[in-house]
Design a protein around this ligand. Structure first.
Ligand code: SF4
Length: 65
């Protein structure tokens, strides 16, 4: 699975970087971004949880073919 974060929707709540620090981090603007484009298989469940927890729906799962 692949993820991206729409920075304009992120409110910098800190949930996703604390849930999955190997995938999400904060950029210099204080918004979250995805450090990796393709999520390691062993972190997919955590990333799905982060998607569900994001209060603004900023984390987008991109369907990989
Ligand atoms: S959970 Fe959503 S609003 Fe919170 S830091 Fe991550 S992308 Fe931003």
């Amino acid at each position: 699975m692949k993820v991206t974060i729409k920075e304009e929707k992120c409110m910098g709540c800190g949930s996703c970087p604390s849930l999955v620090p190997d995938v999400f981090d904060f950029n210099d603007n204080g918004f979250a971004y995805a450090k990796v484009e393709t999520v390691p298989t062993n972190l997919e469940e955590e990333v799905k949880e982060a998607i569900d927890m994001c209060p603004t729906g900023a984390i987008i799962e991109e369907k990989s073919e």
